[in-house]
Design a protein around this ligand. Structure first.
Ligand code: PAF
Length: 283
């Protein structure tokens, strides 16, 4: 299987997109920060089921990392990523560097309200400004018909939907189900930081959320269920739990039992922060 072509400038990206458009092709985009895994490949698969061509961006976006976060440590493995994209039959990789994405004098920030409130923002206050700004740029650069985002980053998916709706961006946003290992652990580039003992603990996250989601769906008291989930995560070996919360699945407003909900969590194992979420059916 051949590797996708690689372009690293917006001009070259637009030239390829223009050629595809001239041929009447439908175009999908999968934005990533590289360090690809099966979760990303599932996004490419969905893209190619719905479009004729798939462009994958690989860009470790500095503006979504706080100074205290792991920007320098974030895994960068372009050659391996391109091999994986060959396997997934992606057509084009867009690999801009920081100066291509943020030219000298760059001074714009997109700040999305609504679903960005709380959850991740309570712990990473500038994260979604960075995500919204780079996603808006990527979608304007490639102008795809559709773009695929994983439900693993559920709040991000809601923020991107809000962004595109509010700015009338002519792109369909598709949410893709989380890909999990045999133990239910959600695939994440950050799993690479975990040793065997930490992986064992990490695998408890989805089990504990599953139990909490089932309890909520069965009508259990929300506060008690959440408190129990936090206790269970700590007992399993997570060093710190940033949050476990139930939210309304579309707007991320506080969950009401008669609505479909989402239970979302973030917890630390050593220096690694893991997030996960699951649907909570309406009671
Ligand atoms: O989910 C990610 O990998 C990133 O947040 C994204 C959407 C590619 C923006 O940098």
């Amino acid at each position: 299987m051949s590797r996708p072509d690689v372009v690293d400038s917006v001009v070259a990206l637009r030239a390829r997109i223009r050629d595809w458009r001239r041929d009447g092709l439908r175009i999908a985009m999968v934005p990533t920060m590289g360090a690809l895994h099966d979760g990303h490949l599932s996004l490419v698969k969905i893209a190619l089921e719905r479009a004729d061509r798939c462009v994958v961006s690989i860009f470790v976006n500095p503006t979504q990392f706080a100074p205290s976060e792991d920007l320098d440590k974030y895994p960068r493995q372009l050659e391996r990523d391109l091999d994986m994209l060959a396997e997934a039959q992606a057509d084009l990789a867009f690999t801009p560097d920081v100066s291509e994405m943020y030219a000298a004098g760059f001074a714009t920030k997109i700040s999305v309200g609504g679903p960005s409130a709380g959850l991740e923002t309570a712990f990473r206050p500038t994260f979604f400004d960075g995500v919204a700004t780079v996603v808006a740029k990527l979608l304007l650069q490639a102008a795809p018909d559709l773009a695929i985002f994983g439900e693993k980053d559920y709040q991000q998916l809601c923020v991107v939907r809000q962004l595109c709706r509010d700015l009338d961006m002519p792109v369909e946003i598709i949410g893709a189900p989380t890909i999990r290992d045999a133990h239910g652990l959600a695939m994440s580039s950050r799993n690479a930081y975990l040793d065997e003992a930490e992986l064992e603990i990490a695998r408890q996250l989805n089990l504990i959320l599953r139990e909490a989601a089932a309890a909520l769906a069965a009508g259990a008291n929300q506060q008690q269920t959440i408190a129990e989930a936090i206790r269970a995560l700590t007992a399993a070996g997570f060093h710190k739990v940033d949050y476990v919360e139930a939210r309304e699945s579309l707007t991320l407003a506080p969950w009401r039992q008669d609505r479909v909900g989402r239970i979302l969590a973030a917890a630390w194992l050593g220096k690694t922060r893991l997030i996960d979420n699951l649907e909570v059916p309406a009671v």
